[in-house]
Design a protein around this ligand. Structure first.
Ligand SMILES: Cc1cc2nc3c(=O)[nH]c(=O)nc-3n(C[C@H](O)[C@H](O)[C@H](O)COP(=O)(O)O)c2cc1C
Length: 396
């Protein structure tokens, strides 16, 4: 692969010496490395080693360079921040957002993907504090390269040895490769519920939080795409970097999505659009004292079908939440609405809604199917784009 700018953070652990070999390997593979050593890392290995290997300045302090603000420049200029080895202390600092040295500041200030390779004594690794901090970082999208079991510095066998060099290089380059995968693509994503007005304070809606679409948008951005996100009412924050269009009703979502569709190379319709709206919306709040109302409903426009009818080279992916005959109904939608793929989840029993886990499968062609398994919506978003690369024939 082509060389990338990588920021390597080295912490104070026995495995710090292995970071030098990794640096050499990454430089030989054409990458340009900026190295930051924590104060404690310098007790184990000298900055000079990394300066010689990278032929670049090695950074050790937040305070050493007056002209440029080092943590902001380093955070912006690098495509990936890799912390190898990551100590229990630094893992905790980053999970908690404590910015008390250059490396922790960069980890907080960067929008680049973060990779951490923990290495430590088994008891430290298994301590609930460390496990919780690693889970927090993973949940935020960081890649944790799991340590191996092996002979540790304390002359005993156990989990906690730094992952081997091959694994680290592979994981680093996998992230860098992914980041370019959607470069040049313009992705249109609809997400969230819609609200169909009954009166000024009442509406019909559904349990969607938009999390799946928001995570798919975040991942598309991370892989280099430009993203138009048409988002219904939700409290879940959208990702930074997307062109955001906030809408409320299905009619607004229809207009916003169709306006942006002609420039989209990929469109992913995850929104839980209300199929019907009240035939009549009251201008005034309907009084409690009024007779119970019967709400007559009118059909909303079908956004996905409209996108399918008008698509002109756009790769169109629908989402189907079904409670029965899941695969059969999804396959009907796939053909009737001219979709290129459809992601299905079985929402019987309420699964799939909210911010928790979900399970998805991607259907395409006459009988193509890729199971994405059950996982957090963030992880599923990564698997979704991996699978789509296979379906579109651009990867895998
Ligand atoms: C000999 C020695 C070896 C150490 N090895 C590790 C280690 O492998 N992993 C770890 O998390 N901490 C290790 N520590 C503890 C860290 O050096 C200590 O927590 C330090 O504050 C980490 O600072 P940093 O995270 O800013 O680099 C070791 C300490 C000593 C004295």
């Amino acid at each position: 692969m082509n060389g990338a700018r990588i920021l390597l953070g080295v912490c104070g652990g026995i495995a710090a010496y292995k970071a030098a070999a990794l640096t050499s390997r990454l430089v030989q593979r054409g990458h340009v490395l900026d190295v930051i050593l924590t104060d404690e890392a310098q007790r184990f290995i000298a900055p000079l080693t990394f300066a010689a290997l990278t032929r670049r300045t090695v950074y050790t302090s937040l305070w050493e360079n007056g002209a440029a603000i080092p943590h902001i420049v380093l955070a912006r200029e690098n495509a990936l921040v890799a912390i190898v080895p990551a100590t229990a202390h630094t893992i905790a600092r980053i999970a908690l957002g404590l910015a008390d040295d250059l490396l922790a500041n960069v980890a907080l200030a960067t929008r680049a993907p973060l990779l951490l390779a923990p290495a430590m004594n088994t008891a430290m690794l298994e301590h609930p504090a460390t496990r919780t901090h690693l889970a927090t970082l993973r949940e935020r999208g960081a890649t944790i390269v799991e340590p191996e079991s092996g002979f540790l510095a304390e002359r005993e066998y156990g989990a906690g040895r730094l992952a081997d060099e091959e694994t680290l290089v592979r994981d680093i380059e996998r992230i860098l490769g992914r980041m370019r995968e959607l470069a040049g693509e313009r992705v249109l994503i609809t997400a969230g519920p819609t609200r169909e007005v009954i009166d000024p304070v009442r509406f019909l809606s559904n349990a969607s939080t938009g999390t799946t679409g928001i995570e798919i948008a975040r991942e598309a951005l991370a892989r280099g795409a430009a993203v138009d996100l048409v988002l219904g009412p939700t409290q879940v924050p959208p990702p930074v970097g997307a062109e955001l269009v906030r809408v409320t009703t299905a009619a607004e979502m229809y207009a916003a999505a169709l306006a942006r569709a002609p420039v989209a190379t990929i469109a992913v319709a995850t929104a839980a659009v209300a199929d019907w709206r009240p035939a009549q919306a009251f201008d005034e709040k309907v009084k409690k004292s009024a007779e119970p109302q019967t709400i007559a409903l009118k059909r909303n426009p079908d956004i996905l079908a409209a996108l399918g009818e008008r698509k002109n080279g756009t790769f169109l992916v629908g989402f189907a939440a079904e409670t029965s005959d899941v695969e059969a109904s999804a396959r009907l939608k796939l053909t009737h609405k001219h979709l290129d793929a459809i992601a299905v989840n079985d929402v019987s029993g309420g699964a799939g809604f909210g911010t928790g886990d979900n399970a998805l499968a991607l259907l395409f062609g006459t009988d193509g199917r890729i199971d994405l398994g059950r996982s957090s919506k963030r992880e599923l978003a990564a698997r979704f784009w991996d699978a789509l690369a296979v379906v579109r024939g651009t990867g895998g």
